[in-house]
Design a protein around this ligand. Structure first.
Ligand SMILES: [Zn+2]
Ligand SMILES: [Zn+2]
Length: 204
């Protein structure tokens, strides 16, 4: 809540306010957002106008999320600008209401001062969420993950698979590889067996 009492109601009056506040929960999207409790730095200017108080400002906050391509965690600074008009409650009286179509969004678009105070949280929330990248990436040219095996391609750029053929060949190679040492092993045993039965443990 911000207080407008020091501002006064004379049109043209100006007041600057800087404040830090802990971020509310769920400030962000599924992929990126401001961690709950993180420091929100708000700089704003209140300006008294005929109908109410015009609030213009900037909010800065740390962002945490993950790269949509490689799923690596990422952190950066976010900044958003906002502007909102908070009407004087008396200026928004019943006499004016019929002129405005009473649809559901109408009331939210023209928030009123609550006494001498206004609640900036919905405004900050909208501004921050709108300024968030829709598809955050760890870097612009992030190659993402290998669609075959999920390896991050940034770590292994030359990485590739020759489709299903590759898998079959790999299986064949594995088979051939396991067969050959097996054969050697039996040969070794046969050649070793007579020596082991001999009384001399040292081979000459
Ligand atoms: Zn990435
Ligand atoms: Zn792969």
């Amino acid at each position: 809540m911000f207080d407008t009492r020091e501002l006064g109601r004379r049109p043209g009056a100006l007041k600057r306010v800087s404040r830090t506040a802990p971020a509310p929960a769920d400030l962000g999207t599924e992929v990126i957002g401001v961690p709950a409790g993180a420091r929100l730095e708000v700089d704003l200017r209140m300006e008294s106008v005929m109908e109410g108080v015009l609030v213009t400002g900037t909010v800065r906050a740390p962002l945490a999320g993950e790269c949509v391509r490689c799923l690596e965690p990422l952190a950066r600074e976010g900044e958003a600008e906002f502007q909102e008009m908070f009407r004087y409650p008396d200026a928004d009286g019943p006499a004016r209401r019929p002129a405005v179509p009473a649809d559901e969004e109408g009331d939210e678009e023209t928030p009123s001062l609550q006494g001498d105070f206004f609640d900036l949280e919905p405004v900050l929330r909208d501004a921050v969420v709108l300024a968030l990248p829709l598809q955050p990436v760890c870097r612009e040219d992030c190659p993402g993950l290998c669609p075959e095996c999920g390896t991050p391609l940034a770590e292994d750029p030359d990485h590739g698979h020759d489709e299903a053929v590759d898998i079959r060949w790999a299986a064949l190679r594995e088979f051939a590889g396991s067969a050959r040492p097996g054969g050697r092993e039996t040969q070794d045993k046969q050649t070793k067996a007579p020596r082991a039965s001999g009384e001399d443990p040292q081979e000459t």
